[in-house]
Design a protein around this ligand. Structure first.
Ligand code: NAD
Ligand code: ZN
Length: 360
């Protein structure tokens, strides 16, 4: 009998609704420490010349920093942002606001942690290594799927590993869910990031770690994904639903784990810089022996939206490359145990895993 259950934090405040971004100024006002302590807005540079910039509630010496989401967030990038903010301002900021996809949401979480904790971002990659609370931080997703807006981790690529800063202080203090912010997302990206959510559900619901808590969120998220990607829901409703699917998908894995597609996608990201959403899709299409029903639905979704996944991604890799992929993936022990049970090492051998990579 396991008597020690995890006591994990949730986002304490959330606004949901089309146009709710306009409430940001009112939300931040009581959180301003003084006129010298700015709010720092970290924004996906897609928005640099867009009307959203004019709606940011700037006051006093607040600063907007545009960040490219071309590459996934890195520990060195977090350190550089923290240094820049500390050098620019005499006081610590009142808070950090992250506006964008999983990349920007994760960056803003990490910057908020490192502004209040000494050392480098890489020192905190792992579980519960953060000693002091982070600065007040607000997350505003502009694309739906990762669940980074609810999760207690921020996934960073460090010098030695791709690993999250998992801590009670990572979770956002406030989230604003405004589905209108996702209007400009290109179709393929909508699909790839949306499939991250779908795969979170499949991996959580088919995992050995499943419990009623995770199941209740996972089933809801899966139902919403099926509506969005397989039925003909009106577009405004569809944006609302996918945003809530992302939220529930994130909640589902909080109390369980992801699985094989995520473990393998981490390898692709580490070695080849392939981004999370598309990486998951590249792997998941070949996992029918592990997730038969999920892969069947996934292929229907690909077809319905006429998405053509790249081919031959691993065709020119050396044995040394495959060794790296396999090592990174097999290093994610909890994911394999969730997917295949305690005896997972007997089921997923390095040889079998390499064969899966060779199909991609
Ligand atoms: P992303 O943030 O990298 O964005 C993908 C692309 O969409 C970028 O080019 C970006 O500029 C663009 N974009 C974003 N919003 C847009 C908009 N409204 N209009 C037009 N373009 C827009 O992608 P993502 O899939 O959201 O996030 C992937 C990242 O999330 C990875 O780094 C992954 O590790 C991380 N992640 C984190 C968690 C977590 O719990 N912390 C969970 C899953 C994934
Ligand atoms: Zn994911």
């Amino acid at each position: 009998q396991n008597t020690s259950y995890r006591n994990f934090p949730m986002v304490p405040r959330v606004v949901f609704g089309q146009g709710s971004f306009n409430q940001l100024g009112d939300i931040l006002l009581p959180k301003r420490l003084n006129s010298e302590a700015p709010f720092i807005f970290l924004i996906d540079d897609f928005f640099e010349k867009r009307e959203l910039v004019g709606r940011i509630p700037m006051m006093f010496n607040d600063e907007v920093i545009f960040v490219s989401a071309e590459e996934e967030p890195k520990t060195a990038q977090v350190d550089a942002l923290v240094k820049r903010i500390k050098e620019t301002f005499e006081e610590l900021p009142s808070g950090i606001i992250g506006i964008g996809g999983g990349t920007l949401l994760d960056l803003a979480k990490a910057v908020a942690i490192l502004l209040n904790n000494k050392g480098k971002a890489q020192d905190y990659q792992g579980w519960d290594l953060v000693g002091k609370p982070s600065l007040y931080h607000v997350g505003i997703p502009t694309i739906s799927g990762t669940g980074a807006e609810v999760s207690r981790t921020t996934v960073l690529l460090g010098p030695e590993k791709k690993l999250g800063i998992n801590s009670d202080f990572t979770t956002y203090d406030q989230v604003i869910l405004d589905p209108d912010l996702t209007i400009t997302v290109p179709k393929e990206q909508w699909f790839y990031t949306g499939m991250d959510c779908f795969i979170h559900c499949i991996e959580s619901l088919n995992g050995t770690y499943l419990n009623a808590f995770s199941q209740s969120y996972g089933e809801k998220a899966l139902e919403l994904c099926e509506e969005v990607f397989l039925q003909d829901v009106p577009i405004m409703e569809s944006r609302d639903k996918l945003m809530m699917a992302s939220w529930h998908g994130g909640m589902s894995i909080a109390y369980s784990q992801v699985g094989i597609a995520h473990a393998m996608s981490y390898g692709l990201s580490y070695l080849l810089g392939i981004k999370h959403g598309i990486g998951n899709c590249l792997v998941f299409q070949h996992l029918e022996e592990f997730y038969p029903e999920g892969v069947r639905l996934f292929k229907k979704m690909l077809e319905k939206h006429k998405i053509l996944l790249p081919k031959g991604v691993c065709s020119n890799l050396t044995q040394n490359d495959f060794d790296i992929l396999v090592n990174v993936a097999l290093g994610m022990e909890a994911l394999w145990e969730n997917a295949l049970g305690k005896e997972w090492k007997n089921i997923m051998t390095p040889e079998r895993l390499q064969e899966l990579y060779q199909k991609i």
